[in-house]
Design a protein around this ligand. Structure first.
Ligand code: CU
Length: 172
């Protein structure tokens, strides 16, 4: 009985080795492409709300995708403001609140989505007001890929963002 079990284990072990060989080769291959990680990240649809009255704060939204490997968005900054923070909206006892987050993970098939009611880049201490039609550069820092600069368009969108950019239908 014991011999039979041992033989079975040996077979399983051999099978595992066979299986893991291509996996190891693949992992090695993926690692060699780390240098190209920055090119693998694409940020689209970056926009921010115009500032209101004398308030010098805004929030920026965008979607980031990665084609290979995994990374993390760890920081944001812009020369146009004193501070930019990664924030998340949460509901606490039915009250919408926001809090800073350390990082947001990104993987193929799991884009980083910053949108109203969710993740956003809180921009504080803007040096100039943001008006509709303006744009400004925002630097997104990823743990592996490093800095990715995106052009943020200042525009108004409906309070409940569904990614709909065209509000023409509301005009009669
Ligand atoms: Cu915020």
């Amino acid at each position: 009985m014991k011999t039979k079990a041992n033989r079975l284990l040996a077979t399983l072990f051999a099978a595992l080795l066979t299986l893991s060989l291509p996996a190891l080769a693949w992992a090695h291959d993926a690692k060699s492409h780390d240098a190209a990680a920055q090119q693998a990240i694409t940020v689209t649809g970056a926009w921010a709300r115009p500032t209101i009255a004398k308030m010098r704060i805004s929030a920026a939204y965008f979607e980031a995708t990665i084609t290979s490997g995994e990374d993390k968005l760890i920081a944001a900054k812009t020369a146009n403001a004193d501070k930019a923070e990664l924030h998340q909206h949460i509901m606490e006892n039915g009250i919408a609140k926001m809090r800073p987050v350390d990082s947001v993970a990104i993987a193929p098939g799991t884009p980083v989505v910053f949108q109203p009611g969710g993740y956003h880049v809180m921009i504080m201490g803007l040096k100039e007001p943001l008006n509709e039609g303006d744009s400004f550069p925002l630097i997104l820092t990823f743990e592996k890929a490093g800095d990715v600069t995106v052009n943020v368009m200042v525009m108004k969108k409906a309070a409940q963002g569904h990614g709909n950019m065209d509000h023409g239908a509301h005009k009669h």
